[in-house]
Design a protein around this ligand. Structure first.
Ligand code: BYC
Length: 316
């Protein structure tokens, strides 16, 4: 064995032992290339989702029905931009360059969550996104606070706290509509009907089709499979829908005493695959708007770089 091969073996043993002991892997630690690449893939996709996720909700800032609702929505959207910043910073600790990641997003070489390719047709959609989309995000992301990669896990702690507020504001918004006029209640129900199934798709493909789950779970990046988290989310939502006075659009939804979980109907995976292929209702609009925002923000990036260079703060 060459010295280099012996070194790599020793490093790998340290990495494996750290994972086995549930210790965190930090940026300067040795890690397998595939672990690094998979983390860059997942965290970049997550960061892109946060900033693309701004679009459907920001759409309603100018049309919020009261000053209070407008202030709440603006704060939420600002939080999402902040989540993007934490996550791009986390992915940079793995050696990825932010410009490259954004370029990959803008040219369709990296994904963002399928959920943000659906339109926000009414004010109630802001409530449905908060309740269901942020609710699904929390269910998926709380276990990521225990992810083996330190910077990602730490970013998730703060993100989850903020997402909890978002989920509550969505629930409270829908409750107000559901207890309002008949037209308001109908608007809330229609929004829940449209967002329910896409929210279940957020958890990713079924376990037997999930390309990355087994390896990601072995590396303790993911702690639960896509289907486990999806089931957990359904179980949480059913009683909440009842207290909201709204129904979920699934005639097969019923409590299964033996499993101790709610059974639910089949998910339209053909629709999910179409959205991932770029053929969802809003894919083209989301990307063109993102590209335009990036181009229009060029002067800010140039000014910041010039300022940093002048004050000796330029990053290598
Ligand atoms: N949309 O092997 P799999 C939020 C891709 S919430 C698009 O199971 P993995 C927010 C997957 O990337 C949303 N693509 O993958 C909330 C892979 O393709 P690649 C963001 C999806 O990684 C409110 C392929 O399908 N959250 O930010 O083991 C307001 C096979 O899947 C989706 C996160 O990103 C999807 N729904 O599991 C604002 C959480 N699902 O990469 C913002 C972190 C799967 O081979 N991410 N794909 O080309 C994760 O937990 C995991 O990456 C996933 C997928 C559970 C999403």
């Amino acid at each position: 064995m060459t010295t280099m091969a012996a070194d790599a073996g020793a490093y790998e043993a340290v990495f494996d032992a750290a994972l086995a002991a549930d210790e965190r892997i930090e940026p300067r630690d040795w890690m397998p290339d595939e672990y690094r690449t998979s983390l860059i893939r997942q965290i970049a996709q997550h960061a892109h989702s946060e900033i693309i996720g701004i679009q459907p909700e920001a759409n309603w800032i100018t049309r919020a029905p009261s000053l209070r609702r407008k202030a709440i929505l603006m704060a939420k959207v600002q939080d999402e931009a902040g989540h993007g910043l934490y996550l791009y910073s986390a992915v940079e600790t793995l050696g990825a360059r932010r410009e490259d990641l954004l370029d990959k997003l803008h040219t369709g070489r990296q994904k963002y969550s399928s959920i943000f390719n659906y339109p926000t047709l009414t004010w109630a959609d802001v409530g449905a996104i908060g309740w269901l989309v942020d609710g699904a995000a929390i269910t998926n992301q709380v276990p990521l606070c225990r992810c083996s990669y330190g910077p990602y896990a730490r970013a998730m702690v703060r993100i989850c706290k903020e997402e909890s507020f978002h989920q509550r504001q969505g629930y409270e918004l829908l409750l107000a509509l559901s207890r309002g006029t008949e037209a308001q209640r109908a608007m809330a129900q229609d929004a829940v009907d449209r967002w329910w199934w896409p929210s279940l798709m957020m958890f990713g493909p079924p376990d037997d089709e999930s390309a990355h789950s087994a390896q990601s779970m072995a590396w303790k990046i993911k702690r639960h499979s896509n289907d486990e988290l999806r089931q957990r989310f359904v179980d949480i939502c059913v009683p909440q829908a009842e207290s909201l006075g709204l129904t979920l659009p699934d005639p097969e939804l019923r409590w299964n005493e033996e499993r101790g979980h709610y059974d639910f109907g089949p998910i339209d995976w053909a629709e999910f695959r179409e959205v991932l292929r770029g053929n969802g209702p809003c894919n083209a609009q989301r990307i063109s708007q993102r590209r335009r925002a990036h181009e229009e923000g060029a002067w800010v990036r140039e000014a910041a770089a010039a300022y940093a260079a002048k004050h000796g703060e330029a990053r290598s």
